[in-house]
Design a binder for this molecule. Structure first.
Ligand SMILES: [Zn+2]
Length: 473
């Protein structure tokens, strides 16, 4: 194995149970991990939970339980996404654990002395976003994300000298040395940088953080701003700083360091994080893929609207493959998408039951009638429509392309009418189609791993008719 890639998801707040938006991100990252493994890359895939946020403290207060209890309970729910959605991450890194604290403190200490300084600060703080806003950004007492409890705060905090990195970041991103996909997001980040970067606060008083968070090295009065510590997960997931093996292998000595993130946190990942790493003298991520948001029936997901979609319920009702298919095929990978049950059922019946399921069942039946047997095959390759699109994170385009081939095959069978043939003629007509189904099955591997394996098994050796892959709903 010569090539390597490190793939990460962002780490969500665990103040509530996971929703469909995070399911999208983990399924996308998992498809990439499976794709690169099939290409013989040495892959390390990390996820985790962001547990040091003030939001967790507030959620715990509301539930009247200790914060540690709340984050443990909820982190478990996020960790359970792996068995539910058949996700193959190698590690789920929780940021309230000791090794992560050590990593965040190490990164702090590695930053250049002149980049971290103390300053009295007065600002409008949104707890919902864990971010400061200017007066202009707050309208009618609400932050740009619509949160209401904006507090005016004055305290002495540590600041990070982000302004020192303006030119550096501009060059890195415009040259694609730090590549941001899609291009619209890259331009958004560049526009933000060109407006001028301001130093940002990277600590909070212990009292305002209610004692929750990573202590600032050498200052018992301050804990780290949650983003400073949370971003360090990408290093501590590899064992940084105590354990060097994985960290060396996948961060220091690996040219492919990929973050998969949502559009709402691009500023933290494409501006703050690379600047922090540059200050610490560490390698930066090489690529960031930014997905959009999911609405439900055209409306923003919100607890107050009661329209949250529980990924676990969906899997229980329709099966993991159908859920992965919807997320990867229906949500535009480069933009925003929508979830609706009626669309879910239409896609399931149209593309899985009728398209792929029907093709496989018809051909298996005919092949079994004529005792067709395909010798085992080892060296499958990805079709161009899959490899080109997955390298560009266009999961939806890859699947649309595969389904065009499926419908072409279904059409060909309708025209050839192999069921009117017998013996050698039937075998001759059906063999190339059976072989092509097996090629498609291999190509489905990153997206629908169970279905892929089922079809590969069914179409290797003597082919037999099996139960339908996707019974109609
Ligand atoms: Zn807010």
């Amino acid at each position: 194995m010569s090539k390597k890639i490190y793939i990460t998801t962002a780490i969500p707040y665990v103040n509530a149970a996971p929703h469909i938006g995070f399911a999208l991100e983990v399924v996308q990252a998992d498809a990439l991990a499976r794709f690169y493994r099939a290409l013989d890359y040495d892959v390390y895939f990390a996820s985790g939970s962001d547990e040091n946020s003030l939001k967790n403290v507030q959620a715990a207060e509301a539930e009247k339980i200790p914060t540690q209890k709340l984050v443990e309970k909820n982190a478990k729910l996020f960790e359970n996404l792996a068995p539910a959605l058949n996700i193959t991450w190698d590690v789920f890194n929780r940021t309230s654990l000791a090794h992560h604290f050590a990593g965040a403190q190490k990164l702090w200490k590695l930053c250049k002395k002149e980049d971290i300084y103390k300053k009295k600060y007065r600002g409008l703080y949104c707890v919902g976003c864990e971010a400061f806003y200017t007066k202009n950004e707050i309208a009618n007492g609400k932050c740009p994300d619509g949160h209401e409890n904006i507090e005016e705060i004055e305290e002495e905090n540590y600041f990070f000298g982000l302004s020192n990195y303006q030119k550096h970041l501009e060059r890195l991103i415009s040259s694609d040395e730090l590549k941001i996909v899609p291009n619209t997001r890259k331009n958004e980040v560049l526009a933000f940088i060109e407006q001028g970067l301001e130093d940002f606060s990277i600590s909070r008083s212990v009292s305002r953080a209610r004692g929750w968070g990573v202590p600032v090295p050498g200052d018992p009065e301050q804990v780290m701003y949650v983003w400073f510590d949370a971003l360090t997960t990408y290093l501590t997931a590899l064992g940084f700083p105590a354990k060097q093996d994985l960290y060396k292998k996948y961060w220091l000595e690996n040219p492919n360091r990929l973050h998969v993130i949502g559009k709402g946190i691009i500023r933290f990942h494409a501006v703050y994080w690379p600047a922090m790493l540059a200050s610490a003298g560490l390698p930066l991520p090489t690529e960031e893929f930014v997905h959009g948001y999911i609405t439900v029936d055209g409306q923003k997901i919100s607890k107050s609207l009661g329209n949250t979609v529980d990924p676990f319920d969906l899997v229980e009702k329709y099966g993991v493959e159908a859920v992965r298919f919807y997320l990867l095929r229906e949500i535009p990978a480069w933009g925003d998408g929508d979830f609706s049950i009626s669309r879910f059922r239409d896609l399931y019946n149209g593309e899985l039951a009728n398209g792929l399921g029907n093709l496989t069942a018809r051909v298996a039946r005919l092949a079994s009638d004529t005792n067709l047997s395909l010798p085992p095959k080892k060296n499958f390759t990805f079709k161009k429509v899959v490899s080109d699109n997955l390298k560009n994170f266009r999961f939806d385009h890859a699947l649309v392309g595969l389904w065009e081939e499926i419908s072409t095959l279904n059409k060909k069978i309708n025209e050839d009418k192999p069921w009117e043939l017998e013996g050698v003629a039937l075998k001759k007509s059906i063999t190339p189609i059976a072989q092509e189904i097996r090629e498609i099955a291999f190509n489905l591997g990153p997206f629908l791993p169970q279905t892929s394996q089922k079809i590969l098994d069914q179409f290797t050796g003597k082919i037999s008719a099996e139960k339908p892959l996707f019974p109609r709903i």
